[in-house]
Structures are given as structure tokens and as C-alpha cells.
Design a binder for this molecule. Sequence first.
Ligand SMILES: Cc1cc2nc3c(=O)[nH]c(=O)nc-3n(C[C@H](O)[C@H](O)[C@H](O)COP(=O)(O)O)c2cc1C
Length: 211
Amino acid sequence: MDLSELRKEYATHGLDRHELLDCPLAQFKAWFQQAKEAGLNEPNAMVLSTVDDSGAPTSRTVLLKAADERGFSFFTNYHSRKGGHMEREPRIALVFPWFSLERQVHITGSVVKTSEEESLAYFARRPYGSQLGALASDQSQFIPDRQHLETRLAELKAQYPEGKVPKPANWGGYRVIPDHFEFWQGRLNRLHDRFLYNKKDGNWQISRLAP
Ligand SMILES: Cc1cc2nc3c(=O)[nH]c(=O)nc-3n(C[C@H](O)[C@H](O)[C@H](O)COP(=O)(O)O)c2cc1C
């Protein structure tokens, strides 16, 4: 497959230093709002990268569920592959791939687990089917076939009526505490705009990077 002619010029927006908000969280929220208003499919989908014991990286998509002064949170199975990685190495990277706006946001930071109360509160707000799904799936483990999941789901459905599904003990949230943000805006001739927020002595410093 030769994709060497598959390319696109980025010409819809620019990003100037004077447009950037001092606080990267505020800047992220402003861009997130624009992504929502533009009708992007799943604007809260973010690519999470973790590393294993040997330093080998793995990436996968998860859904951002909250972003505030405390960090960026998402929910998953603590016994999953990513959960094992983050147990040993809490430093991670996130990418929001907002391609139809010709934008991406990169974040690096460290994860902590959210409190059990927060995990319980979010689990309680999930749809019944998603609650059962979390209980039915030993995420990232080998399974024989699809039927294994369907049988488990049916058993759990019979066992727990709506509103009574217990949160699995190994299911909960992580909060990413960012130490760097990069806002990237595609421009003509591959001369994109990139701005890095870097925390120094408790303050965010902003620098422009070459594309
Ligand atoms: C759009 C999208 C959203 C997803 N959101 C989540 C999520 O919020 N939490 C989660 O555990 N997995 C989510 N997944 C599945 C993960 O990408 C991944 O397959 C799963 O978490 C297992 O990853 P692991 O084996 O590296 O731990 C999502 C996948 C997609 C495509």
C-alpha cells in the first residue's frame, strides 16, 4: 500500500501567542468547547500511552470524563494491561486527535487513582448495560470466544436488576496530573503552530516550538 500521495494542507485556523490563555486547563477547555461545537465525533476520546516494565510503550483510546484543577480523569479496569503499566510507572502521555479541526493536544503527566467515592459515583451514573459489561469483562485477559462474554453477561443480568449492579472492586478512575501541555494547530506548508506549556516553580511557562 503506497500512501505517499495521501496528504492534506492545513489552512483553516492559526494560533498566535496572544490568543493563548495563561492557564493550560482554561486553554484546553476553550478548545474542547470548540471541538464540541464543531460536532466532532467523541471529542473526549483521548489516546493514552503507558509503558511496561521494559519501557515498551502501548497506546489505546479512553474517554475523558472530567477535567478540572485536579487533573484529567478517566475510568477503566485496574487489572487491565494499562492498569498494570500505570501501577508500576505512573508517568503517561495523552493525545486528543482533533483532526477535523486540524488540531491536537498533547499532555504528559502522572496518574493517581481517583477516590473510591468518585469511582462509585461515576459507576452509578453509567447505563445498566455498561455497568454489567464492566462486571462481565476481565479486561485485557485472554478469553476463548465471544460466547464466553455473552454467557457471563446473561448470568449477571439475571443476578443483578437495574440499579443494583455492584461496582467491580478492580474498576475505577485514574486522574492524570499534567506537567506539560502542547497545543498544535495545523498550518500551510507544514509550518504548524505549536505552543508548549511547561510548569516551572509552580507557574506555567509558554514557549513556541518549531513544527
Ligand atoms: C472511542 C473509544 C473509547 C474508549 N474508552 C475507554 C474507556 O474510557 N475506558 C477503557 O477502559 N477502555 C476504553 N476503550 C477501550 C480501550 O481503547 C482498550 O481497548 C481497553 O481499555 C484495553 O486496553 P489495555 O489492554 O491496554 O488495558 C475505548 C476505546 C475506544 C475506541
